[in-house]
Design a protein around this ligand. Sequence first.
Ligand code: ADP
Ligand code: ADP
Length: 228
Amino acid sequence: MIEMQNVYKKYPNGIIAANGLNVHIKQGEFVYVVGPSGAGKSTFIKMMYREEKATDGSIMVNGINLSKLKNSKIPYFRRQIGVVFQDFKLLPTLTVFENVAFALEVIEEQPKSIKKRVMDVLNLVGLKHKARMLPTELSGGEQQRVSIARSIVNRPRVMIADEPTGNLDPETSWEIMKIFEEINNRGTTVVMATHNREIVNAIRHRVIAIEGGKIVRDENRGEYGYES
Ligand code: ADP
Ligand code: ADP
């Protein structure tokens, strides 16, 4: 599903953000990625959806070798991966419905099936009734639900989230976690970088800890392991 072998990432400024990563994530797993700021969590995650290219080593995702993936094939590859960000990244001039439909339209679906599919995923995240609203009319938690709906609309087998609860209050964060759990229970692999100690310690899953570009801990049903 996701496999990294001896992966290195050196940025143009000389910083080595990934220093020999080896990891194997199976279909259907839920993995938290933890570690201090600047440890290399985002770099680890960005390499999985080819936002960053590894300098050395091999990365396989959904059977695709990312080191050999041509730039022209990246959009096709990305559609198989749902990505959720801390700051939602919704398009401000589009409605909730349009933000989600936008991700689907690129693969030339029929208008009727687009509508059904978009309303189905909005229903899953509890926002069917706000389909006509603009992102600015929604709370942070609701905006994150829209971005989750957008990320799953193409039925990806892998969902990658970089601090999805980083901008949300604790109660809203728990609600967002329920949605991730639901998505994972339906068989989607979830990889989530997070600083949320309470959540990691309460909803137990595999924990990969990164420090200085290296995996320093990899445990099933692990703990957060840092004070804050
Ligand atoms: P984390 O997500 O754990 O905070 P990052 O992967 O963002 O860590 O960063 C790891 C290291 O790589 C840091 O030292 C950071 O400054 C550096 N870094 C991240 N992105 C870039 C970039 N685009 N160019 C140069 N250095 C970067
Ligand atoms: P469908 O196969 O038509 O999507 P399901 O009963 O399987 O119908 O799913 C019901 C809802 O759950 C749909 O809105 C669908 O978008 C969503 N869903 C289905 N599979 C997944 C999945 N693997 N990850 C996230 N959401 C999913």
